[in-house]
Design a protein. Structure first.
Length: 116
C-alpha cells in the first residue's frame, strides 16, 4: 500500500470548532497560537469559523453540500395574470395593442429597395 505524499489534516467536529473560536474570542489565545496548538493548516480556515460563529452563533458544517444550483438552463419568469393588479393588466393590454399596430403598419409598408 502506498503512503500519502501529503499530510492529511484532522477534521474537527462542530463542538471542537466552537470551542476553538471561543478561545480566540475570549482573548485567551491569538490566532497564530491556535493555528499551531490545534494544527489547523490555514489561517483562512480559522477565520471562516470565526465569521460563521459571529453570523450564526455556531460553526456551520458545509462539507459535502452544494453551493447552489448553477447547472442547467435558468428558470423562466412566468407572470400569472391572476396575480396582476387591474392597472398592470390594462397596461399589458395596451402594450400588446401597440405591438399589434406596429406590426400591422410594418407589414403594410412596401419593402425597401436597398439598405446602405
Amino acid at each position: 500500500m502506498k503512503e500519502r505524499k501529503t499530510k492529511k489534516h484532522r477534521q474537527f467536529s462542530i463542538d471542537e470548532k466552537n470551542q476553538i473560536v471561543l478561545l480566540y474570542m475570549d482573548k485567551h489565545f491569538r490566532l497564530s497560537e491556535l493555528l499551531r496548538k490545534y494544527d489547523i493548516p490555514h489561517k483562512g480556515t480559522l477565520q471562516k469559523w470565526i465569521k460563521q460563529y459571529r453570523e450564526f452563533g455556531t460553526c456551520v458544517d458545509r462539507r459535502g453540500k452544494a453551493t447552489g444550483n448553477k447547472k442547467g438552463r435558468p428558470k423562466k419568469y412566468i407572470e400569472r395574470l391572476e396575480d396582476m393588479s387591474k392597472k398592470d393588466l390594462i397596461e399589458r393590454v395596451r402594450m400588446y395593442e401597440n405591438i399589434k399596430k406596429s406590426l400591422t403598419c410594418l407589414m403594410n409598408q412596401p419593402p425597401s429597395k436597398s439598405i446602405k
